[in-house]
Design a protein around this ligand. Structure first.
Ligand SMILES: [Mg+2]
Length: 281
């Protein structure tokens, strides 16, 4: 009898514990939901996830890249160096849209390294629009494709990147063609090594650092000036894809590519966004 009463009491306590957990989780997700109404990231992620313009810009970039490759193939002299293209990976060839949706659902408004490192091994990337067709065109015409990325998910970084690229069916994804930089985002040494053996037709990226290291500046205006000085290279040697959520443009504002989610940083973001603003007083 006593045993039965105790079991009932334990059962009731368990029920109360589960119910309180459900209520707490619901409150947390409602709080995240209402926080999200003023989340810094919503506009950029909504654009990435829904705008036909976002997708069209990828098709446009790969069409331009293909024209450059076709021209290089047509102009090729016998005995010249073989042709190659060098591409960044994340947000250039592989899109991580559902990571950004997840981040928002967690109530976060800044990129979060820890959750990114959990997301990458899930292999949920999708090929960017037009990437597969362009890379297959290169491979079919003996234009070597080199993948150069800076990522760091620990010792498995290279294998994870390899698996991500293979999963979407890109050509020549192997140890010879993929370089993963863990310690630095400086791609120039790899670019120079490739350029010794190949005529690099185009570099593809979503970040100016994918083209040249000199753009790695923490000064917004200096970065703009450096790009302006090279304006003739864009659409010719450099093909740039749109990315409003992350990259060194963020670093130029905050001094950090992955700034912590603090009110000071939210204030800095607001100041960056309003550095030119009509003041009708
Ligand atoms: Mg990238």
């Amino acid at each position: 009898m006593v045993l039965a009463r105790n079991s009932r009491r334990i059962f009731l306590l368990l029920l109360i514990a589960i119910a309180s957990q459900v209520v707490a989780q619901k409150a947390q997700s409602q709080a995240a939901g209402s926080e999200n109404l003023r989340n810094n990231l919503v506009y950029a992620v909504a654009w990435k996830q829904t705008a036909a313009e976002h997708r069209a810009l990828f098709y446009q970039g790969f069409s331009l890249a293909r024209m450059r490759v076709e021209l290089a193939l047509a102009r090729r002299e016998p005995g010249a160096k073989p042709l190659a293209i060098v591409s960044d990976v994340d947000e250039t060839l592989l899109l991580a849209n559902d990571y950004w949706g997840y981040l928002l659902n967690q109530g976060q408004d800044f990129f979060d390294d820890a959750s990114w490192d959990r997301w990458v091994p899930e292999n949920r990337f999708t090929a960017s629009p037009g990437a597969l067709q362009f890379l297959r065109f290169c491979a079919a015409n003996q234009v070597e494709v080199f993948y150069v990325t800076n990522r760091d998910q620990g010792e498995d970084t290279f294998e994870l990147a390899l698996a991500n690229l293979q999963a979407v069916g890109f050509p020549n994804v192997d140890e010879e063609h993929l370089t993963v930089l863990r310690a630095s985002s400086n791609k120039e040494i790899v670019q120079q090594r490739i350029a010794q053996e190949y005529e690099v037709v185009v570099y593809l990226g979503d970040n100016l650092n994918d083209f040249a290291r000199k753009y790695y500046s923490t000064d917004v205006d200096a970065r703009l000036e450096l790009m302006e000085a090279d304006r003739d290279l864009y659409g010719r040697n450099y093909i740039l894809f749109p990315n409003p959520t992350d990259g060194h443009w963020i670093r130029a504002i905050f001094g950090d590519s992955e700034p912590p989610p603090s009110d000071d940083n939210r204030q800095k973001f607001l100041e960056a966004a309003t550095r030119s603003a009509w003041d009708p007083r």
